[in-house]
Write a protein that binds this ligand. Structure first.
Ligand code: NAP
Length: 339
């Protein structure tokens, strides 16, 4: 197969000051490097856009280093092998690869995972059967631990993490209460995903509606959002409630100026109701990935777990799609069709 001489990439042009702007990115072409021994050259088919990428744009101490200015944005793709210098991979293979926001990338074969297009559409390797799905699975299995009859609440409920959290809760016999933004997303979560209840966090009386949807309180709150949603959930938590702290998307651009300081109230409730709040990054549970693929993969194949994808065409449209996602503009797992 012939090697293209150049590829397209999206680089970080500037560190955002608050909300991300299109000028924080630059789309450019770059040379393609021939693979050395142990490497493969891949062509991205789908690029995953994920909220964690917002954190990589800031120069701040975190669980992973920031993207340097002028470097391609970090990210994972479902990609096709064009050239292989590793015996385990051949041209035509479909793999998950950390390509960054690039049309082509030369990467170490040691970091790849093969996808079988006969088992599931390759895009699912970035969503329900990929990192976001595994995040939902591990946060629920090791921290949330819902029991039959429990009430489980999750926000961003139409997204790849939240949608699986609620469905896993129901498979354990728990009640799933979703929180989502807008009429369309709420209808999807209730009618297609089958959650027991769903509340629009944009409704003026959102805290009262959430309380009414949780008459027996909340036993597991899977935290994806923080801010006003956390404020509404906190008074509803039952004694010994578990809170897997997975994401805080409401504050990725900075803590909103009007946000009340919830720390004293949070500490009081942790103490008085014996709450467990446990932050986690999915990679800490990586040893359980095969269990996840077997259990959730089987349920997806059997139609017992549903998912939704939001696919945007063209790598050049990744910055706009990413910015929209941070404000709730995506509807399902956000992917860019690169080729
Ligand atoms: N710890 C880990 O290892 C790990 C791994 C993957 C993801 N995560 C986290 O999990 C969360 C969900 O990720 P995802 O990939 O499934 O994203 P997603 O649901 O596809 O997209 C993010 C969603 O967040 C919601 N949102 C944004 N701002 C909000 C606000 N101020 N208040 C309430 N909701 C808001 C929007 O949904 P609505 O329109 O419905 O509000 C938006 O669609 C994120 O916080 C992410 O950082 C953590």
């Amino acid at each position: 197969m012939s090697i293209p001489s150049s590829c397209h990439q999206v680089v970080l042009a500037a560190r955002p000051q608050g909300a991300v702007r299109e000028t924080d990115f630059r789309v450019e072409s770059a040379p393609v490097r021939e693979p050395a021994d142990g490497e493969v050259l891949v062509q991205a088919r789908y690029l995953s856009l994920d909220p964690y990428m917002r954190g990589r744009m800031d120069e701040r101490k975190s669980y992973a280093p920031p993207v340097a200015i002028g470097q391609p944005m970090e990210g994972e793709s479902a990609a096709q092998v064009l050239v292989s210098r590793h015996p385990a991979y051949a041209p035509g293979d479909i793999v998950l690869a950390r390509t960054g926001w690039r049309s082509h990338a030369t990467v170490a074969a040691s970091g790849l995972r093969k996808l079988d297009p006969a088992l599931a559409p390759i895009s699912t390797g970035l969503g329900v059967l990929g990192m976001p799905g595994f995040t939902a699975y591990s946060g629920m299995r090791f921290i949330g631990q819902p029991k039959s009859g429990d009430t489980v609440v999750v926000a961003a409920a139409s997204g790849p993490v939240g949608s699986l959290v609620g469905q896993l809760a129901q498979m354990q016999g728990a009640r799933a209460v979703g929180i989502a933004g807008g009429v369309e997303k709420c209808a999807y979560v209730r009618d297609e995903l089958g959650f027991d209840a769903v509340i629009d966090h944009r409704a003026a009386d959102f805290p009262a509606r959430l309380a009414a949807a949780c008459p027996d309180g909340v036993d597991v709150y899977f935290e994806n959002v923080g801010g006003a949603v956390w404020q509404a959930v906190l008074p509803l938590l039952n004694k010994y409630a578990r809170v897997p702290v997975c994401g805080l998307i409401a504050q990725y651009d900075g803590v909103p100026a009007g946000d009340r300081n919830l720390l004293p109230a949070t500490m009081r409730e942790i103490l008085s109701r014996s709450l467990t709040l446990r932050g986690f990054i999915n990679t800490e549970f990586a040893a359980h990935y095969p269990d996840f693929l077997r259990e959730v993969g089987g349920a997806v194949a059997g139609g017992r777990i549903r998912y939704r994808e939001d696919i945007v065409d063209g790598l050049q449209n990744a910055p706009r799609a990413f910015m929209d996602m941070l404000k709730g503009g995506n509807f399902g797992k956000l992917l860019v069709r690169v080729s």
